[in-house]
Design a protein around this ligand. Structure first.
Ligand SMILES: Cc1ncc(COP(=O)(O)O)c(C=O)c1O
Length: 351
């Protein structure tokens, strides 16, 4: 089947672009001697996760327990990092079950989390690895001394194994914080076999932080408009594309697409030209400025060429992760032909 025969709106992934990204990033990390642990929250899709393992990933990262359960059941790999504070009776029972089936490492930034993890591990008769998150604006302990105190607490908790630290994001500027923390760990005899950095924007500067042992990247595999603008991905390397149809031209300088926030997600990128919800490949000077649920609003005032009603366009979403979560499947395409339909297995896995 040809891509042009697909009904729209439809989420596609260009396999050439996807494979080029895997090759480029996995080779970089191999050369740096840093293990790559892709974050599957971006695609939530077993087919892509399996491809990442085939490309040499050490293990995977899942933001939520339910994503990890889906990936494990799908046979992706048995080495999983969940960089999230997991708590509450319902989740802790599931955590114990998961820990019995794979090598599991989770993040913690409080004694509350550590106490819950410890009792879950003991209850399940399993070992749960723990990394301490260092604060960079979201969650995490606020100082190296606090990391050491929590590390000692983890070591005292039966069933838990202190595995090191994680940080998000990991631009070169975080190195002094990591060095100070690891130095304190060493002086206190605390182990840190894992020093985990993350995020696509800073991925290709990971070699500037030799303390890193592994790295979590999500969006690297498909890119998006924000990566295109930042220069980490070319248009060809932005492999995730929504095919949409122009359903209305209500004014000379406006076009309306057959997809809105329920197709692209409500993610907006702030640009010098105003807000953007996506980059239209065939009309790079058009601006996708906003959307309601099922209508995408495109400003054509700067575009000399303008699409006609019924025309199909390819749109690079600004943020691939929430966009994928709006879809049941990703259609894999290569050189204009449909190759496969990949279910988004972990769609909606938020617990
Ligand atoms: C803890 C953690 N690690 C890694 C990533 C991957 O970041 P990116 O999607 O920029 O590669 C994320 C993304 O939100 C994250 O929250």
């Amino acid at each position: 089947m040809r891509v042009t025969e697909l009904d729209t709106p439809v989420l596609t992934v260009d396999q050439d672009g996807l494979e080029a990204n895997l090759k480029r990033y996995h080779q970089y990390f191999r050369e740096c001697g840093i293990a790559l642990r892709p974050h599957i929250k971006t695609h939530k899709c077993l087919a892509i996760a399996h491809a990442q393992i085939r490309a040499g990933a050490t293990g995977i990262t899942c933001q939520k327990l339910s994503e990890a359960e889906v990936m494990l059941a799908g046979g992706v790999c048995a080495d999983i990092l969940i960089p999230y504070n997991i708590m509450g009776a319902a989740k802790l029972v599931r955590l114990g079950t998961l820990a019995r089936q794979c090598s599991l490492t989770v993040a913690a930034d409080s004694e509350y989390t550590v106490a819950g993890l410890g009792s879950a591990a003991r209850e399940a008769g399993a070992c749960v690895g723990v990394v301490i998150e260092l604060y960079q604006g979201r969650t995490g302990v606020e100082s190296p001394a606090a990391a050491v105190a929590l590390g000692q607490r983890i070591q005292a908790e039966k069933g838990l194994e202190l595995r090191g630290v994680m940080i998000m994001p990991a631009p070169p500027g975080v190195r002094p914080l990591l060095q100070e923390t690891l130095d304190l760990f060493d002086r206190q005899g605390l182990p840190h076999p894992i020093v985990s950095g993350g995020s696509t924007p800073s991925a290709l500067t990971a070699h500037e932080i030799p303390e890193l042992t592994e790295y979590r990247v999500g969006e690297y595999c498909v890119g998006g408009e924000s990566h295109l603008r930042r220069g980490t991905h070319t248009v060809e390397q932005c492999a995730l594309r929504v095919l949409a149809t122009v359903v209305s031209r209500p004014a000379p300088d406006r076009a309306v697409l057959d997809g809105g926030s329920k197709t692209f997600s409500a993610s907006m990128l702030k640009t010098d030209d105003g807000p953007s919800m996506g980059y239209i490949v065939e009309y790079p000077d058009a601006r996708f400025t906003g959307a309601s649920e099922e209508h995408g609003q495109v400003d054509l005032s700067r575009s000399v060429r303008k699409p006609v009603i019924g025309e199909r366009v390819q749109v690079l979403p600004v943020h691939p992760c929430p966009c994928v979560n709006e879809h049941d499947e990703i259609v894999a395409v290569r050189q204009g032909l449909v190759q496969a339909r990949w279910p988004v297995h972990a769609r909606g896995c938020i617990r």
